[in-house]
Design a protein around this ligand. Structure first.
Ligand SMILES: [Zn+2]
Length: 71
């Protein structure tokens, strides 16, 4: 057992030392938690920032406190 787990995005085994666990908190409720390899982590951040761009849509649920917590 190496303790490695597959990346949630691409499925490749990732070393513990390189693992990035991301949590997206909206209104203090955890809505997403993923273990990602560095490459997918970068992609995830990019997608998060794109999706969280203010748009003229009725996404009132997304408003409020939001943070990315990276361990
Ligand atoms: Zn990956």
């Amino acid at each position: 057992m190496t303790g490695s787990e597959p990346c949630d995005a691409c499925g490749d085994p990732i070393e513990e030392a390189l693992a990035r666990t991301v949590q997206l908190n909206v209104d203090r409720s955890e809505v997403d938690s993923q273990r990602l390899c560095p490459s997918c982590f970068a992609d995830w951040i990019e997608r998060y920032r794109t999706e969280m761009q203010p748009q003229a849509r009725g996404d009132d649920e997304i408003r409020g406190d939001s943070d990315i917590i990276v361990d």
